[in-house]
Design a protein. Structure first.
Length: 466
């Protein structure tokens, strides 16, 4: 029995749902905190931990971040659902001849799009995988559909080293680095670190290109030993195009009057006008930042908002896209608070600092980036949020980098690489993709595990020779 088949069987039998995983990780965090950290008050420690958990759920900065992430996902989904993007995806997928062709096409395009924006790449890849499954079913072609889904998820292993990466975006903000450390240490840090030193550095571009070539190759190899069958999919996913001639109902107020639908919801002038206004405001407000290599979540969301108006061309099309896209963010809405609670426990109990300090204590100037990478990979299993992880772990690694005289941008990218690596093992960010492709996490993870092993080799090699 092939190793991949054995792994798949184990995952199918024993892997719980992503929501159950979040609950189990919460319980494990409590246990680890009770064992490895000390109480700070005279109250029963388990009650203090419950308090930390509740505080983490409602932490304002994290709630703002969650809303930013939901917008990245929803706006990216809406952009992909536009008629022009839908026609483009359909044109790419209708000529699929088998698994090899499918995984190469999906993985390469998903990696390229995800380097620009993780939310856009995730939804773009998911819709491509779904379209390929539908085309294979229609034409009676046998493919390894779960492997195609894994190819669509591969973009989440390069996202944090891409333009929408949380840590590179945050350190590109004026004064952010100094806010994470004490004033005496802040004197050793630059005011900001722009993208040419992180995302667009020579080393990171090489890492991305190596993964862009090697991930499709390992997927092809996995496809040659995997099981192929005609995908069992129901009706076509309603993402092709939005009719502007049918009498549709509005999302909130029932049937739309013909006058209003004709003159406003169907108005190209209204959609294009707002789109141009948003894009004009974007370049006016963020032009200087872009020229300096600075990209923030708000900038990405604002840009996608303007592009959505242009790509859809009608308000009615945008409203239908919202209706479809918002369901993909339901997992973030419900599960993010659980992970914020985990973050609250890990942060306030000192557990995450204990983990980071353990690796830092073992570090030298040569090994700090690699040990930062592995510690970030572990923490990401409990806190699958690049921004949240940077907020907690960032101060520790910055202090270590200053103390050991390691380039700050190197440890920042080491954290980014570790964070994105275990996305291939943590199914949280796969929730929208699973909803679109109708795959299960247990079908996806046996293949993404191999991608993770490949990534570990590439990232460690990169940090050694950086």
């Amino acid at each position: 029995m092939r190793l991949t088949a054995v792994i798949e069987t184990l995952f199918r039998r024993f892997l719980p749902s992503p929501f159950s995983i979040a609950l189990l990780l919460t319980a494990l965090t409590f246990i680890l905190a009770l064992i490895f950290t000390e109480p700070k008050t005279s109250d029963p420690y388990w009650l203090s931990l419950l308090g930390y958990w509740e505080q983490g759920i409602w932490q304002k900065d994290l709630l703002v971040f969650a809303y930013q992430m939901m917008l990245i996902l929803v706006l990216g989904h809406m952009l992909v659902l536009s008629p022009v993007m839908s026609r483009f995806i359909s044109a790419l997928t209708t000529s699929i001849k088998g698994t090899t062709h499918a995984v190469i096409l999906v993985s390469v395009l998903t990696l390229l799009v995800s380097f620009f924006n993780w939310g856009l790449g995730l939804i773009f890849g998911a819709l491509m995988a779904r379209k390929i499954g539908e085309a294979a079913k229609t034409q009676g072609i046998k493919i390894n559909y779960p492997l195609v889904g894994a190819a669509a998820y591969a973009g989440m292993m390069i996202w944090h080293g891409g333009i929408s990466g949380s840590a590179p975006a945050k350190v590109g903000e004026q004064g952010h680095l100094a806010s994470l450390v004490t004033p005496d240490l802040a004197a050793f840090l630059p005011d900001l670190i722009a993208y040419p030193e992180t995302v667009f550095s020579f080393q990171n571009i090489v890492v991305f290109l190596v993964l862009l070539l090697s991930i499709p190759l390992i997927l092809v190899w996995l496809g040659r030993q995997g099981k192929e069958e005609i995908p069992r999919l129901n009706a076509a996913f309603p993402a092709e195009r939005f009719s502007h001639s049918e009498d549709k109902t509005s999302l909130a107020n029932g049937p739309t009057p013909r006058f209003m639908r004709t003159h406003w919801d169907e108005s190209k002038i209204l959609a294009y006008g707002f789109g141009l206004a948003v894009l004009t405001a974007f370049f006016y407000n963020y032009g200087a930042a872009l020229s300096s290599g600075i990209v923030t979540p708000n900038m990405l969301n604002f840009l996608m908002l303007g592009l959505i108006f242009i790509a859809h061309g009608r308000i009615s099309s945008i409203l239908k896209a919202v209706d479809q896209a918002i369901s993909g963010a339901s997992g973030i809405l419900i599960q993010f608070p659980l992970y914020f609670g985990i973050m609250g426990v890990m942060q306030n109990s000192g557990l995450v600092v204990e983990i980071a300090n353990y690796f830092v204590a073992l570090s030298t100037a040569e090994t700090l980036p690699i040990l930062t990478f592995f510690s970030a990979a572990i923490v990401n299993v409990f806190i699958p949020s690049g921004g949240g992880q940077w907020a907690i772990q960032g101060p520790v690694i910055l202090e270590a980098a200053i103390s050991l005289e390691v380039p700050v941008q190197k440890v920042i990218m080491a954290l980014a690489y570790g964070d994105q690596l275990t996305n291939m093992l943590q199914p949280f960010w796969a929730l929208p993709l699973l909803g679109i492709t109708k795959l299960k996490a247990s079908e996806l993870l046996p293949y993404t595990l191999w991608i993770m092993l490949l990534g570990a080799v590439v990232f460690v090699a990169a940090l050694i020779f950086w």
